[in-house]
Write a protein that binds this ligand. Sequence first.
Ligand code: ZN
Length: 58
Amino acid sequence: MRGRKYLSVLFECCNVYRRIYINREGTAYVGLCPKCGLRAHIVIDKDEGTDRRIFRVR
Ligand SMILES: [Zn+2]
């Protein structure tokens, strides 16, 4: 899918960066740690916006 939104996420469990993509509903970014499979689920905050580019997942 072209132009699909993503975030760069630091998976602290394995200390690895990965892009995770927005879900179908456009409400959150979801993805899995490539090493251990930990699930990242970052809800998009409409009030604050998503200025941050890098999120940490534990
Ligand atoms: Zn991991």
